[in-house]
Design a protein around this ligand. Structure first.
Ligand SMILES: NC(=O)c1ccc[n+]([C@@H]2O[C@H](COP(=O)([O-])OP(=O)(O)OC[C@H]3O[C@@H](n4cnc5c(N)ncnc54)[C@H](O)[C@@H]3O)[C@@H](O)[C@H]2O)c1
Length: 323
C-alpha cells in the first residue's frame, strides 16, 4: 500500500525528513508547499509531488494519506485544522504551536477523528533511551537534572528564532526536547517554577527579545522532582539529562547512556539514526492504523508545549504554576 505524503514547509527540517522518507519503499511524495516557491520546487524536483505556495489549495487539490507540517512556530495558521477536516494523518514539528488553546483544540479533534499523529521529538527513537527507561522503571529514582546549553542559532540571523512572538524563545523552541524527554522518563509534570536571565544577548544580536538563560523546577505527578537549566549564552552545544536514584546515576546525552553505580560504570552508545526510526514508525502507524508505533504523538507534544508555556508564566509571575 502506497502512503501518499505532502509537506507544508520545505525548509531545513522538512529536508531532513524527506531524505529519510524517500528510503521507505512505499512512500510517495504527492505535494510540496512552501510560501517560498523555490523551496517547494527544489523539494519536488528531488522527491516528486506538485508544487504549491498555499497549503489550502494543496489540501483541496491533492489526495494524501499524511501531511508533514514543518513550519516555524508562528506559522501554524490552520494547517492542522484543515488536515483534520480532510481526514489526513499529521506529523507536526515541535513545538506543536504557539497558542495553547488552539493546540488543545487540535489535540481534541485528532482524537475525535481517530487520526494518527506524530511530533518531531526525535530523541525518543534512540535505542539507548529505551534502555534508560527500563533501568529507571526498576530503580528507586528520586530526581532528574536536565541541561540545554547552546549558542544563539545562526548567530541571530534567523530572526524568527530570536523573536519571542515568533518562536516562543529558547525553552519553547529548543529546550522543549529535554522537557519532552523528562516526561518520557518520569511521566506527566504537575507543577513548574522558574527564573530567567535577560539582557546579555540583546546587546549583541539586533531584535533579540528572548531569555538568555532559564532555570526551572518541576514536580512530576508520580512524585519525582526535576530541574532544567537552559542557555543560549554559550558557543558550543551540550544537552542531556541526569537521572539520580538510590545507588545510581544515569546520564543520557544524545546517543550515549552512561549508568554509574559507584563501583561500576556502563556506557552504551547507539548507532541508530533516530530520525529514520521516527519516519519508519510514523509511516507504519499510518499504514496499519496502529498509533502505538509512534513514540510522541500530538497529545504528548501538547503536554510538553504546555509545560514550557507555564514555565514562562511562572517566570513572569514569580510563583509556581500548575499544568
Ligand atoms: N525535531 C527536531 O529536532 C527539529 C530540528 C529543527 C527544526 N525543528 C522544528 O521544525 C520547524 C521548522 O524549522 P526549520 O528549521 O525547518 O525552519 P526553516 O526556516 O528552515 O523552514 C521553515 C519553512 O517553512 C516555510 N513556511 C513558513 N510559513 C509557511 C506557510 N504558512 N506555509 C508553507 N510554508 C511555510 C518557510 O518558508 C520555510 O521554508 C520549527 O518548529 C523547528 O523547531 C525541529
Amino acid at each position: 500500500m502506497k502512503i501518499r505524503i505532502g509537506f507544508i514547509g520545505c525548509g531545513g527540517i522538512a529536508g531532513a525528513h524527506m531524505e529519510r522518507l524517500v528510503r521507505i519503499e512505499n512512500v510517495e511524495f504527492v505535494g510540496m508547499c512552501d510560501v517560498e516557491k523555490e523551496r517547494a520546487e527544489k523539494a519536488a524536483q528531488k522527491y516528486g509531488g506538485k508544487v504549491y505556495t498555499d497549503f489550502e489549495q494543496m489540501l483541496d487539490e491533492v489526495k494524501m494519506d499524511a501531511c508533514y507540517i514543518c513550519v516555524p512556530p508562528f506559522a501554524h495558521k490552520g494547517q492542522e485544522e484543515m488536515c483534520i477536516e480532510k481526514g489526513i494523518h499529521l506529523f507536526v514539528e515541535k513545538p506543536v504551536h504557539l497558542e495553547l488553546e488552539k493546540a488543545e483544540e487540535i489535540a481534541k479533534r485528532v482524537q475525535q477523528k481517530g487520526l494518527i499523529t506524530g511530533v518531531g521529538y526525535v530523541l525518543r527513537y534512540f535505542d539507548v533511551v529505551d534502555e534508560a527507561r527500563e533501568i529507571i522503571a526498576k530503580e528507586q529514582i528520586a530526581f532528574a537534572r536536565g541541561r540545554y546549553y547552546g549558542g544563539v542559532p545562526g548567530e541571530g540571523k534567523n530572526k524568527w528564532l530570536i523573536t519571542k512572538s515568533m518562536s516562543g524563545g529558547q525553552l519553547v523552541e529548543q529546550a522543549t526536547h529535554i522537557v519532552n524527554m523528562m516526561q518520557y522518563f518520569f511521566g506527566d509534570i504537575e507543577e513548574v517554577y522558574g527564573y530567567k536571565i535577560e539582557g546579555i544577548n540583546n546587546k549583541i544580536y539586533p531584535g533579540y527579545d528572548v531569555e538568555d538563560a532559564s532555570s526551572l523546577l518541576f514536580k512530576f505527578k508520580n512524585g519525582y522532582i526535576g530541574n532544567l537549566t537552559c542557555t543560549w549564552l554559550w558557543s558550543g552545544f551540550n544537552s542531556g539529562i541526569e537521572v539520580v536514584g538510590k545507588g545510581i546515576v544515569i546520564d543520557y546525552q544524545g546517543n550515549t547512556l552512561t549508568v554509574d553505580r559507584g563501583n561500576k560504570r556502563n556506557i552504551s552508545i547507539s548507532s541508530l539514526d533516530p530520525m529514520f526510526e521516527e519516519e519508519k514508525a510514523f509511516v507504519k502507524a499510518v499504514e496499519t492504523g496502529d498509533p502505538s508505533y509512534v513514540k510522541s504523538d500530538y497529545l504528548d507534544g501538547l503536554k510538553t508545549f504546555a509545560v514550557t508555556l507555564k514555565a514562562h508564566e511562572a517566570m513572569e509571575k514569580g510563583v509556581p504554576v500548575k499544568i
